[in-house]
Design a protein around this ligand. Structure first.
Ligand SMILES: Nc1nc2c(ncn2[C@@H]2O[C@H](COP(=O)(O)OP(=O)(O)OP(=O)(O)O)[C@@H](O)[C@H]2O)c(=O)[nH]1
Ligand SMILES: [Mg+2]
Length: 161
């Protein structure tokens, strides 16, 4: 993308809070979902837009369910940065590791968000420990805490590249 526009793709396990994260950043974001036992689940993608550091940020949220790998592949094309959302109440699971390993093989800037930090069972420090050398931002997509600051910090690293 052009220098003043950035495509950021949001990955993470099923139910981690990817759609909520994009909703918190852009209240007018759009979400293509179907109903599931845990409420709405993404079956195509989320799309949100906002301006950060004078750059137009295009946020694409992916589906977390394993069977939607083909959707993630399509949405990933041409991304300038990737965010992995981790549910801080359940920790770094197999799917999170899968996304991490996949993204590490690409030369794409990456940050982690430890989500649901409003929840009493959240363990953001354990997530940092499980991902040595990686940047992990504690956030709550539900109450919006730290979401803008975390994205701002990530965009700053992209702009510096
Ligand atoms: N307590 C708490 N709950 C959250 C937070 N963010 C999301 N949730 C809840 O977690 C559930 C899943 O949120 P979604 O945003 O749909 O998660 P997702 O990662 O997009 O899920 P899929 O698209 O199905 O993979 C919903 O019940 C949300 O209300 C948070 O910061 N705190
Ligand atoms: Mg979703």
């Amino acid at each position: 993308m052009a220098d003043d526009r950035l495509k950021i793709v949001v990955f993470g396990s099923y139910n981690a809070g990817k759609s909520s994260f994009i909703q918190a950043l852009d209240p007018r974001s759009r979400h293509i979902e179907a109903s599931s036992e845990n409420g709405p689940t993404t079956v195509a993608f989320d799309f949100g837009r906002l301006t950060v550091r004078d750059k137009a940020i295009y946020l694409f949220g992916t589906p977390g369910q394993e069977r939607f790998e083909f959707v993630r592949q399509i949405i990933s094309r041409g991304m300038d940065g990737a965010i992995i959302i981790v549910d801080a109440t359940t920790g770094v699971d197999e799917m999170t590791r899968y996304f991490y390993n996949q993204l590490k093989t690409l030369d794409v800037p990456l940050a982690f968000m430890a989500n649901k930090c409003d929840s009493p069972g959240a363990m953001p420090d354990a997530i940092s420990r499980d991902l040595p050398g990686e940047v992990v931002h504690p956030i709550s997509a539900r109450n919006g805490e730290n979401v803008h600051a975390a994205l701002d910090a990530f965009v700053a690293t992209l702009a510096a590249r």
